[in-house]
Design a protein around this ligand. Structure first.
Ligand SMILES: Cc1cc2nc3c(=O)[nH]c(=O)nc-3n(C[C@H](O)[C@H](O)[C@H](O)COP(=O)(O)OP(=O)(O)OC[C@H]3O[C@@H](n4cnc5c(N)ncnc54)[C@H](O)[C@@H]3O)c2cc1C
Ligand code: SF4
Length: 496
């Protein structure tokens, strides 16, 4: 423990954000650069708990008290070594993770928790700046060839780990750039894309082969893949969006959130805005929120990203509606510490301007004579307990139309795309339509593994990295009969 009185002396402080009036005119990251002295103070707040709940709260099992201590001692190299032992990409999680570790930090019981995510970002940025992040070439090649299908955080983590184990890894991606949703889902104002490129350069130097514009199942058939590789790792994400099949759904101006978001990321990257992240041409061309009343349907992360992007386009108004009731402002009693708290979350995009409404259902999209969206018919909902279950009931007389020329559907994703590669491989699906596995191995094909949203369902970047690492361990063991890849919650640094 660096400073026993640290949590009494210092308050939680996060990096300052750029002014709203400035940042809504560009797509650069919102946080201002950190000072290493500030990180040291934040690390000093860690109490080095006997049972560090933060460590259990992190899906990667990050060894948080130890890296906090190393940061307090200003030993950045050791802090990086500890962090890199459990997390391949702290530069992603340090920017966009909702930080379940902080929700379970012991200090959070009666004070603001330790700023773990900020410390993580500081460590990795200090490590890159000081030249600690160098390619690690495997000592001994195994001669085994692995195909990773999909280049999101799960695929990249699996590729990094399998390369470390000595296998020759080829990552196939159907989009024109590597990164999955990091690249073409999450906006630049949350994650600038040079951060991905910097990591890809390290991975390439380690020996990972990246092949873009390659739709596996179409450009390379399932049989060919199985013949040419010793193992196939499926990390294609959860790509089928939940639709809203109500009257007027086919009007011009009603779009899935991902169409809107991926187009904007392409514009920022100065790439042609012709096809979506699946390579499917956009039916209605470019989607702009400029000068429109925008309604985002769905209250989650994707919806919030649509809010931030619409404001940057210069929308006339931005409204976000959600079926569920408004969560409590503080941690709900049903989710006590150290659980992930059910509570109202206000993102940086919401701070930039957005009307938020809860307990609202959309009944119809209303169009004009040219087939363009002009309004949304909505109704208020009341959630009533019926036989112990919550049921939504429409409030009589509350139906009304709200002006809207652009509606963005951000109601989540159902499952991976099954037609094509997955059906051709003949994999089994679980009850939610995701690839069914036992310890990441397909229940049908011994040499087919799966990880990330494709296996787990729509989730988080930190879970995708965790899944990629765990799946790589299982795959390495399958290929070699044993594995030296780190198990989750490595004991080397653990306090208990
Ligand atoms: C808009 C949005 C914002 C989000 N914001 C956050 C956030 O702030 N924080 C957070 O933690 N999580 C966030 N998430 C969730 C997070 O991005 C995902 O959980 C994570 O990216 C899943 O990683 P993955 O590797 O499993 O799949 P993905 O990132 O979806 O990557 C899968 C890749 O596989 C490719 N692919 C699929 N099939 C094939 C094929 N047959 N051949 C070749 N390539 C193929 C796809 O093109 C894609 O690039 C967000 C999600 C969205 C949609
Ligand atoms: S739970 Fe919080 S205070 Fe305790 S070790 Fe983890 S980060 Fe430090």
């Amino acid at each position: 423990m660096g400073k026993p009185t640290g949590f009494l002396e210092f308050t939680r402080e996060l990096p300052k954000k750029r002014d709203v009036q400035e940042r809504v005119h560009d797509y650069r990251e919102i946080e201002l650069p950190y000072a290493e002295d500030d990180t040291q103070k934040q690390a000093a707040r860690c109490m080095d708990c006997g049972i560090p709940f933060c460590h259990n709260g992190c899906p990667l099992g990050n060894i948080i008290p130890e890296f906090n201590d190393a940061v307090y001692e200003q030993n950045w190299e050791y802090a990086y070594e500890i962090l890199a032992s459990t997390n391949n990409f702290p530069e992603f999680t340090g920017r966009i993770c909702p930080a379940p570790c902080e929700a379970s930090c012991v200090l959070g019981i009666n004070k603001p928790p330790v700023a773990i995510e900020f410390i993580e970002k500081s460590i990795i940025e200090a490590a890159f700046a000081r030249g600690f992040v160098t390619p690690n070439k495997p000592a001994k090649p195994t001669g085994k060839k692995v195909a990773v299908v999909g280049s999101g955080p799960a695929g990249l983590a699996a590729a990094a780990q399998l390369t470390k184990a000595g296998h020759q890894v080829t990552v196939f991606e159907r989009a024109d750039q590597i990164g999955g949703l990091l690249r073409y889902g999450i906006p630049d104002f949350k994650l600038e894309k040079w951060v991905i490129d910097r990591r890809l350069a390290v991975m390439e130097a380690e020996g990972v082969i990246f092949k873009t514009n390659t739709n596996v199942g179409v450009d390379i058939k399932a049989g060919e893949l199985l013949r040419n590789f010793d193992l196939v790792m499926l990390t294609g994400g959860s790509t089928v969006p939940r639709d809203l099949p109500i009257p007027g759904r086919d009007l011009k101006g009603v779009h899935f959130a991902m169409e809107f978001l991926s187009q904007q990321n392409k514009r920022v990257a100065e790439r042609p805005v012709k096809v979506d992240h699946r390579g499917v041409p956009f039916a209605e061309g470019e989607i702009w929120a400029t000068g429109k009343n925008v309604v985002v349907i769905g209250g989650g992360d994707t919806g919030s990203d649509c809010v931030g992007t619409s404001n940057r386009h210069g929308a006339t108004s931005v409204t976000q509606i959600e079926l569920l009731p408004m969560p409590p402002k503080e941690r709900a009693e049903s989710t006590p510490w150290p659980n992930w708290p059910m509570m109202l979350r206000t993102s940086t995009s919401h701070e930039e301007g957005c009307d938020r409404h809860w307990s609202i259902n959309t009944k119809a999209f209303i169009g004009d004579e040219n087939g363009h969206l002009k309004a949304l018919r909505i109704v208020d909902l009341e959630w009533q307990s019926v036989d112990g279950r919550m049921k939504m009931v429409e409030v009589p007389g509350s139906e009304r139309d709200i002006e809207c020329e652009l509606a963005l559907l951000a109601a989540g994703f159902l499952n991976p795309q099954q037609e094509g590669l997955l059906n051709d491989l003949g994999v089994e699906y679980d009850e939610r339509g995701n690839v069914k596995t036992i310890n990441y191995q397909s229940t049908v094909h011994p040499k087919v593994f799966a990880a990330g949203d494709m296996r787990r369902g729509q989730s988080l970047v930190v879970w995708a990295i965790s899944e990629g690492r765990e799946a790589a361990r299982a795959a390495d063991e399958f290929l070699m009969g044993e594995t030296q890849l780190e198990a989750k919650a490595q004991s080397m640094f653990a306090t208990t």
